[in-house]
Design a protein around this ligand. Sequence first.
Ligand SMILES: [Zn+2]
Length: 189
Amino acid sequence: MPLPSSACVLCGKDGLHDRVCGFDLCSVCGFGNLDSGLERWGLTLEQRRWREQVGSGDNKSMADGLEVKVSFPTKLAAQAHFRQETGFDRLGQWWKATEPQGDEPLFDRAIFVDESSGADLTTIVRDEGVQTAIMELVATGGVRLGDGWVRARRLSSMAYPEFSETAVPLVLLAVHLETCAQLIPPDKG
Ligand SMILES: [Zn+2]
């Protein structure tokens, strides 16, 4: 059965697209050609690369860093740092207090939220597309949410961090957040 044709969420072109982070995405945008998508959604992307020494003693090596930051136009009253739950980390008290039902158990287990604040965050993380994008980004590092921006950093001594692997889910997360921000009444919070 042929798949239905759909419009790419970033460039708007019709065609057969992959489902990525809750959106239909064409292969051109999927490979990291994001200019038309950024323009359509009013997003700004900044990237930075650097090299730094990691490890200590005999285990010193050089690592390549990549930071991508995407700003979106509508402000959200939410700040958070999402990263993979490790060791003795526990889901934050804030998380427990605001999500008592735990209706997203997979997400709850996998993600550690810290430095979170703002009433809008609860609404935002209920969105399935937001969760998918965050899960994708924490798998390769972490993602930080600020007032109108999201930022992901990768540091690797094994392979040069691929721009598209970080930038594509980050831009899609920004599109989800921009959509959420437009739905939240500005007088709330
Ligand atoms: Zn596209």
